[in-house]
Write a protein that binds this ligand. Structure first.
Ligand SMILES: *Cc1c(COP(=O)(O)O)cnc(C)c1O
Length: 263
């Protein structure tokens, strides 16, 4: 019996992200809508990791800081973020899903938050295997470039792929700070909730890089991957910023027409 964990075919639609320079257009892939509110992008990897656990007859999965298993029963060890050669297939699968949604025709660049590397690995390897039509940009929210390039390179070796990480993945540093102002502004102007740990940093990085390093991008049609993370907003820390902004604008901006919404 097979069961799907994620709601696949999450929509892609236009995103009127403020602060984008003339000539660029931004769309957003809604992997905050995978149906697993808690995990966002992680459920994409878990589809493969938990299938592996079942295939191997494991009774337990163990991940960082997780609950100890009964000894004597077999367990599957899942690394931080589910980012290994099995979890990798989560975002290879998403790449394939996006191809059916017009990815290769409609976009030049894809941008997302890079936390443990699995999302980046799936996307850059799938892009490489399909002729590197896009440029893949991971905005680092923890660790540094060297850590992720090493991580990707070790997977490339395991997969017998004769290419090196810097040739297929552009890593961007410098956006580890949390911007609650930015998150509130984007939510009120575009209706998209970002989170303070991952997607808020990545979107802020995207705006900044488009303004300051536009040559980094292959083209002008940018797809931002929303990886979820809504529960990062439930720690109360946004409240003080909200109170400060209370008397300021409450503008809600809608999509201009139904045509802007994905078919
Ligand atoms: C884990 C996570 C990421 C980072 O993805 P990795 O595959 O670990 O690099 C991005 N956004 C959210 C919301 C996450 O939970």
């Amino acid at each position: 019996m097979s069961k799907k964990l994620a709601n696949p075919e999450t929509p892609i639609h236009k995103w009127t992200l403020p602060g984008i320079p003339e000539g660029f257009s931004i769309s957003i892939k809604r992997d905050d809508m995978t149906g697993s509110t808690l995990s966002g992008n992680k459920v994409r990897k878990l589809e493969f990791l938990l299938a592996e656990a079942l295939d191997r007859g494991c009774k337990h999965v163990i991940t960082c800081g997780g609950i100890q298993a009964e000894t004597g029963e077999s367990s599957l060890l899942i690394p931080v973020g589910g980012s290994d050669e099995i979890g990798l297939f989560g975002y290879i699968n998403v790449f394939q899903e996006m191809i059916t949604q017009g990815l290769l025709e409609d976009f030049d660049d894809i941008v997302f938050a890079c936390g443990s590397g699995g999302t980046a690995e799936g996307l850059c390897i799938a892009n490489y295997l399909t002729g590197q039509k896009l440029k893949v940009h991971g905005i680092i929210v923890s660790d540094d470039k060297k850590y992720f390039h090493d991580h990707v390179n070790s997977l490339l070796v395991k997969m017998n792929l004769n290419v090196s990480s810097p040739d297929i993945l552009n890593l961007i540093e410098g956006y580890k700070g949390t911007g609650y102002d930015f998150i509130i502004k984007i939510a009120s102007m575009t209706g998209i909730m970002l989170d303070p740990v991952y997607t808020g940093k990545a979107a802020r990085g995207l705006v900044h890089e488009l303004n300051n390093n536009p040559h980094l991008f292959k083209g002008r049609r940018i797809l931002f991957l929303h990886t979820g993370g809504i529960f990062g907003l439930y720690d109360n820390r946004i409240n003080s910023t909200l109170k400060l902004q209370n008397e300021q604008d409450n503008m809600i901006q809608m999509w201009e027409s139904i045509d802007d919404y994905p078919s």
